[in-house]
Design a protein around this ligand. Structure first.
Ligand code: KPL
Length: 313
């Protein structure tokens, strides 16, 4: 079974798969497994995965306490156990590759994307029937400081809803299970709005922190940081409004997230510093292309996108 150890029957009777062993996937899998939800991590082989098999996952909680959790990892889709739900936590640019490999192993599970950026549910629907696609957004901060360890760097919240077809029972069941694991999850009727608003937060925080090499808190604590947030988010919010999304208060919300995750290294900064591909296309790139479609200007987002692409090259 490729390292997968069958645990005792779970109290909830529910098994949740987590696709992707990056920071968010490791955090969610660790928190779920720690609260006795039967959890399985679907991932590629890596030093981190080898460390999880060897000694379990060390979860450093946001309050500084830590625990080691046994998180079963499966790297071979042929060995995947049946899941009721799968959380897609791979980077937005990895969705196609990951789903092409794994979707066949998900059976009739409802599959939820909590990835950063715009267009993820649409990408998922190329592999999973629309009635089983759930979507949402999460503003937790996490990073993997060394193989086998995930640090919960900032508590956030998670919103979940149906995307293409009404799927209330699945949305509620998954949200309840996540909340029981300490990942407080709100069921929302308008998940497109939640995804857009989270993307706007990422527009304000991710490129600026990656390019300036600062922690999230610097954006709210300095005048240039706050100006950058205001300009980039206001510009992208016009595009969101053009798509019918209410953006009231989103600049203040972005600054609040920057304060709440003050010591966090944003995911884009982590990627740039590690020399990995970034999610710039799903965030600023998506805003620029939707602005073009709408005939709206987007010079700030276009410039931020090109600077990140340059840093990425
Ligand atoms: O989503 C994030 C990210 O880093 O991608 C935030 C909420 C900005 C936390 O760092």
């Amino acid at each position: 079974m490729d390292g997968y150890k069958r645990a005792a029957p779970p109290p909830s009777g529910m098994r949740i798969g987590v696709l992707g062993a990056g920071s968010m996937g490791s955090l969610f899998a660790g928190l779920l497994a720690a609260r006795e939800t039967e959890t399985v991590l679907f991932a590629r082989e890596s030093d981190h995965v080898a460390a999880l098999r060897e000694s379990g996952l060390r979860v450093v909680h946001a309050d500084g306490t830590a625990e080691t959790v046994d998180v079963p990892v499966v790297c071979d889709p042929g060995a995947a156990p049946r899941c009721d739900y799968v959380l897609v936590c791979v980077k937005s640019y990895q969705t196609d590759d990951a789903l092409a490999t794994w979707a066949g192993a998900f059976g009739d599970a409802a599959v939820a994307t909590l990835q950063n950026g715009l267009g993820n549910a649409e990408a998922l629907a190329a592999y999973v029937p629309e009635e089983r696609v759930l979507a949402g957004a999460t503003s937790h901060g996490a990073h993997v400081p060394e193989p086998g360890v995930v640090r919960h760097a900032g508590r956030g919240d998670t919103r979940l809803g149906s995307y293409f077809a009404l799927n209330d029972a699945n949305v509620r069941a998954l949200a309840t299970q996540l909340s029981l694991a300490g990942i407080e999850t709100h069921v929302v009727d308008d998940v497109r709005r939640a995804i857009w608003r989270k993307a706007l937060v990422n527009v304000g925080i991710n490129a600026a922190t990656a390019l300036a090499g600062v922690e999230n808190g610097a954006l709210a604590a300095t005048a240039p940081g706050t100006r950058l947030v205001r300009r980039s988010v206001a510009e992208a919010a016009r595009v969101a409004r053009h798509e019918g999304v209410d953006t009231e208060g989103v600049i203040e919300e972005t600054l609040t997230v920057a304060r709440r995750t003050a010591s966090n290294v944003s995911s884009m900064r982590q990627d740039v510093e590690a020399g990995r591909e970034t999610e710039v296309e799903a965030i600023h790139g998506a805003v620029v292309s939707r602005a073009e479609d709408a005939g709206l200007p987007a010079p700030v987002n276009r410039t931020l996108a090109d600077l990140v692409r340059l840093a990425d090259a």
